[in-house]
Design a binder for this molecule. Structure first.
Ligand SMILES: Nc1ncnc2c1ncn2[C@@H]1O[C@H](COP(=O)(O)OP(=O)(O)OP(=O)(O)O)[C@@H](O)[C@H]1O
Ligand SMILES: [Mg+2]
Length: 382
């Protein structure tokens, strides 16, 4: 678990310019096994916040607890070796082979050569790069997407509990990006790491996140599940940031069970099986955890003539809810209705929702080269 407690970062002014408040009073808890996406426009403080976790940036105020321990009391090199780190530019070491790149932290941790090699092979397999083909290549012999996969494998190498990912798929083409996102989901469902993932792509955030932390100008604007951001946006800024596909997304991130729960029928009339102890054969039975959008696709494809309801089952296969067709329509419209924007000051954030608040400060002024960044992040210190 990672907890940001009243974290602020101020970069003092240079040459008579203004101080930069990169992060302001950030309070966020990222639970173990959770993939938390930090999202926001350029310059909103995402990278700065993330880099404070492995102490590549030192906060001006506040503290970060990593598994209950204040990270400022930890040895930075050991801390970095215990945290996986993936960045957009990958930062593979050009003179090392793919397998050696993957095994860099295990080598620093003193693992023996055969164990390292075995671990590298295992991880290359996991990220879709068969080791027989790729292990002995050099980074320059890989495509951008393949290099990105090596970066993910490297971050996983020493089996860290925490992984930090800063726009890891930002530089690859859209098709490769979709593939990598899908693979990250698959890998995460196997390894259950605590991941902080920085992006400014809202689709990527909704695809990957258990929790989304939306930032603007160094401040937290909203912290919630994808469904919470859709259905209860804290400010107009959130609504604008999520964009036009909101209705479609709401159907994607609302489950059938959530809709059924809102129906008086589901609450007042428990399901009574027919004489055979079974439901009518033309009744559609779907998992309650299924997104409404997918449920509608099943409904369209199924031969349910005459059936007037969808039954919902839980993980054990027990029927736990029902949605009648006529109520489905009402419930759908309810699912699509959000609380609406609460006004700019409703949650106490000052200019958080301001759309005309001046240009976003673009990019950052980090001067590190990618390789130096990677060296530091992996605790490579001579
Ligand atoms: N070392 C630094 N010195 C001075 N200002 C900095 C430094 N690093 C970052 N900043 C400033 O802090 C603010 C937040 O930067 P940060 O890199 O965290 O933003 P970001 O949300 O990651 O943006 P992007 O999406 O462009 O990567 C920006 O205004 C940036 O210019
Ligand atoms: Mg950044």
């Amino acid at each position: 678990m990672i907890t940001f407690e009243h974290i602020s970062k101020l970069y003092p002014a240079h040459d008579g310019g203004e101080d930069v408040r990169a992060v302001q009073d950030l309070n966020v808890q990222v639970n173990a096994g959770e993939l938390c996406v930090l999202i926001g426009p350029s310059g909103s403080g995402k990278t700065t916040a993330m880099r404070m976790v492995n102490r590549l940036v030192i906060p001006t105020e506040g503290r970060i607890m990593v598994d209950g321990q204040d990270n400022s009391s930890m040895d930075p090199v050991l801390l970095r070796r215990s945290i996986g780190y993936v960045i957009q530019q990958v930062g593979l070491f050009p003179h090392l082979t793919v397998a050696q790149n993957v095994a860099i932290v295990p080598r620093l941790l003193g693992w023996g050569k055969p164990v390292r090699r075995q671990r590298a092979d295992e991880l290359l397999e996991l990220v879709g790069l068969p080791p027989v083909k790729f292990a002995n290549r050099h980074p320059r012999q890989l495509s951008g997407g393949q290099q990105q996969r090596v970066g993910v494998a490297r971050a996983l190498a020493a089996d860290p509990k925490i992984i930090l990912m800063d726009e890891p798929f930002g530089a690859v083409d859209p098709i490769t990006r979709k593939q990598l996102q899908g693979e990250l989901r698959r890998i995460q469902s196997e390894v259950h790491k605590t991941i902080i993932f920085v992006t400014h792509d809202i689709s990527e955030a909704f695809l990957l996140a258990d929790r989304i932390v939306l930032m603007y100008r160094g401040r937290l604007i909203q912290n919630g599940t994808p469904a919470e951001l859709l259905r209860h946006p804290a400010t107009q800024f959130v609504t604008d940031f999520i964009g036009e596909d909101q209705g479609l997304r709401a159907l994607q991130y609302t489950t059938l069970a959530e809709i059924a729960f809102n129906l008086p029928l589901a609450q007042t009339a428990p399901y009574v099986p027919n004489a055979n102890g079974d439901h009518a054969s033309n009744t559609l039975v779907l998992p309650g955890s299924m997104p409404v959008l997918e449920g509608l696709r099943h409904l369209a494809a199924a031969d349910t003539d005459g059936a007037s309801e969808i039954l919902l089952k839980d993980k054990q296969g027990d029927i736990t809810g029902r949605i009648t067709n006529s109520n489905l329509v009402i419930a759908l419209s309810q699912a699509l209705v959000t609380d609406g924007a609460q006004g700019l000051h409703a949650n106490g954030s000052s200019d958080a929702g301001s759309r005309d608040g001046g240009g976003y400060s673009a990019g950052n002024s980090l001067s590190d080269t990618h390789t130096r960044d990677t060296r530091e992040a992996n605790g490579v210190h001579s």
